[in-house]
Write a protein that binds this ligand. Structure first.
Ligand SMILES: [Zn+2]
Length: 340
């Protein structure tokens, strides 16, 4: 089968790889219907994360179950399924508390290699959720979004305690930030301030529910958010980038007693203790327990109440994955869907 392999910065190739097989009795093998390129795939692509050996890429996927191990009970061959990027049993105490990305059995990167024709998913019963039936083709991008970027934006909004009557600021205009806007809207936010300097992303943010756009960054961006909130800052801020600058921007844009939900993968972020101490801001985040939200998100998509698939503004055949990485790296595309 064909699959995407990263060799180093700027060097991704589509290669012939071995078709995965059931290894453990809790495994499922999927025929991938669609996968995509993640903003986090750009960290190694840009050399910010080292690639020490050729690495199969991709952790966002929807597919049809092709085979299951002897212990798998919740999904069967032929099911259309959405999975999350960390395999989890969904039964341990940590999972039951809603933190499946920290499952005691979790297998980080277990679904690595999703940018391919077939995929092995460990702990299939805990990791995969079947849709009510075969989806219409136009629902596939939205279901794919649920497997990471929607689930992650949703978690960020929940972690930021978004709710009715609240003002939400969103730092980051990638797919996760934009879907954080959508989540904030669904969760009842009264006002949503999207921080973005790109016209196309501003337009999508507005479509997803943003009421205000702030184009300034750093301290100027913080000052604009304060201006829009009577000098106080947002109640809830979603941080969807992962840099020192974006994290400080998020903390400083939040009012005392407010909440920051941070989901951008942290890169060299170091928080000054004295500023944190005097900010009075709650911080919560990390790798999103997407699995917690999948049943609810699938239902919202299935009943066409939300259309998160709009973040995919470029669809390419798997063979052209390298063009997709380039387009996202150069910010010509928000998010690239790959069709095997
Ligand atoms: Zn668990």
């Amino acid at each position: 089968m064909r699959g995407v392999v990263m060799y180093g910065p700027g060097d991704v190739r589509v290669e012939e790889r071995e078709v995965p097989q059931v290894v453990a009795p809790t495994d499922a093998i999927l025929k991938v219907v669609a996968s995509c390129i993640c903003g986090s795939d750009l960290w190694p692509y840009r050399g910010a994360d080292a690639t020490t050996e050729p690495t199969p890429m991709g952790h966002e996927y929807v597919g049809i179950v092709e085979a299951v191990g002897a212990d798998v009970k919740n999904v069967t061959v032929g099911d259309f399924v959405v999975g999350s990027f960390f395999a989890s049993d969904n039964t341990c105490e940590i999972c039951r508390s809603g933190y499946q990305t920290h499952c005691v059995q979790r297998q980080p990167g277990a679904a690595t290699g999703a940018q391919s024709e077939y995929l092995r998913v460990p702990l299939a019963d805990g990791t995969l959720v079947a849709t009510p039936g075969m989806p219409d083709a136009d629902l596939v991008p939205s279901l794919l979004a649920a497997s990471d970027v929607l689930g992650t934006g949703w978690f960020a909004a929940v972690a930021a305690e978004v709710g009715p009557g609240k003002t939400v600021a969103v730092v980051g205009d990638g797919a996760v930030g934009l879907l954080g806007v959508l989540a904030a809207k669904q969760l009842g936010a009264e006002r949503i301030i999207a921080m973005s300097r790109h016209a196309d992303r501003q337009a999508l943010a507005r479509e997803f529910g943003a009421t205000d756009i702030v184009t300034e960054r750093r301290d100027e961006g913080v000052a604009r958010v304060k201006e829009l909130t009577g000098g106080l800052g947002a109640h809830s801020t979603i941080e969807a980038v992962g840099t020192q600058e974006s994290m400080m921007q998020a903390i400083r844009a939040t009012r005392a007693g407010g909440h920051v939900g941070y989901v951008g993968v942290s890169h060299d972020v170091s928080l000054p203790g004295d500023e944190l101490f005097f900010s009075g801001v709650h911080l919560h985040g990390g790798p999103a327990p997407v699995r917690r939200f999948l049943p609810e998100l699938i239902d919202l998509i299935w009943t066409r109440q939300i259309d998160p698939g709009k973040v995919f503004d470029l669809t390419l055949p798997l063979d052209q994955a390298a063009d997709g990485y380039r387009a996202m790296d150069e910010r010509r595309a928000i998010k690239v869907l790959l069709q095997p």
